[in-house]
Design a protein around this ligand. Sequence first.
Ligand SMILES: *Cc1c(COP(=O)(O)O)cnc(C)c1O
Ligand SMILES: [Zn+2]
Length: 547
Amino acid sequence: MNQWWLECARCGRTDIPTDKPLTACPHCGHDWLEPRFPYEKLKPILLEEVPKRRCTMWRYREFLPITHDENIISMGEGGTPLIRLRNLGLMFGAPNLYVKDERQGPTGSFKDRQASLAISLMKEHNIREAVVASTGNVAISYSAYAAQAGIKLWAFLTSSVPADKMREVALYGTEVVKVTATYDRTKEVAAQFAEHRGLHLDRGIRSVAARESMKTLAYEIAEDFGWRAPDWYVQAVSGGMGPVGVLKGFQELYRMGLIDKIPKIAAVQATGCAPMVKAWQENSSVPINVESPQTLITTVATGKPGIAYTILYHAAKRYGGTFVAVTDEEAFRTMHIMAKLDGFSMEPAAAMAFAGTMQLLREGVIKPDETVVICLSGHTFPVEKHLLEEGWAHDLDLSHEEETSHTVPNREEGLLASLENLGGDVRRIVIVEDDAPARVLLRRILQARGEYEIYEAENGRRGLEVIKQVRPDLILLDLMMPEMDGYQVLDHLKADETLENIPVIVITAAHLTESERKRLSGYVRSLLRKGEFIDTELMDDIESALK
Ligand SMILES: *Cc1c(COP(=O)(O)O)cnc(C)c1O
Ligand SMILES: [Zn+2]
């Protein structure tokens, strides 16, 4: 069991429950809660235990806000290499430029850290279905981890997200909702959908998972330098979650006396979407929002970064640090330079950080002898177009909103009606299975293939209760179970004329004898043996049973 607690950033109270997803302080309603840890007690672990552990972000698990280790969903995220940029360094006469290579996460971006902690927390809070808004990489990464955790995901993406990325999200079995609107509007729509359906909504930077996961970047960087802080951390920013998390990480290490300064943070934005840079230039501590972002680099198209900017502004005033903008053209050119010069191929958003670094070196803001860590935040892997069938995304076109919002008073109602229709008609399926991992697998196969209302029971007796209660369209039934086995369940179904016509697919671990097969024939649609069927066979059986 991990020891940690939450502290409200406004009222400072710490008696706040950690066993459920909170959206605000229960005492004062403030929506920014900071996880805290027994730092003094943990410091020796960092020095003595951590070096012996595997290189993933979970090597710092005592500093991550999860209570039970068994809820951790890890795919090898974090623990990425810190690599010196030989050629670029030579070019600028700056020998201490380093790349933190976040392409080496399971889905190729630093969002894998966030996904690992966020999905683990969902597991800890028993969440089975969730909604996320994304400019691409969060949706990809969450989808991968949600698959493993058996969590159904709805990803709301702006239509400007490259099709390759959208396809990758769909490949993982996530419901893709393509919204023709800005990213900030897409976030609002996702929130309404979640509220309407009573689903868990990922709160982005306002969630504990986002910031706490990103702080492991700071821990890794400091540990790699032998518990020393670099002079600069440079990153391309959208909502600013990365640098806010990294800042917290360095602050914790400073507090424990492991490093002797907090690095300067340089946040790089696209010229066509630079609410932080504009505010910084005008010496404002609140962002100057951009209503309609003008950049081809969708990954960083957050026009309203909110409090993240205010936190970074105060940090920049206190420790140094800056905000710079680069054009799309500079970012694309830098992609070529970095690949050709030092062998790093990256997505345009990541290239912005390198373009920003070069600009700051040229302007003399970064001094040639300073140690600079540049976050190579992501790499995309295009998904083979032919892998997916037509209709893998739901379309939600809100581009008419702008013209009609003055004339149509019930714009939100229209939106709710559109959201209502997403996914079509929903079939009910009951899974009766005593083995918990098998239930997760069956649930996952179903979740990844469409929208089903899924009920689960861990034995025959309970299964029968659930079946009577929900009157499902289909039953997936195990045979060997405690209390009441599958044969008895079938006998009960047969004896009840309101239940006898519900199709049943038997999924069993055992080899059946001839007489057992006879007993089943006529009552079940099909029989699958565990460990011998693949998901497409099951789905074919399910789809034909539901016809
Ligand atoms: C999300 C993302 C960013 C911006 O991250 P924030 O810290 O949330 O602003 C930059 N680069 C890539 C590749 C990303 O996926
Ligand atoms: Zn409070």
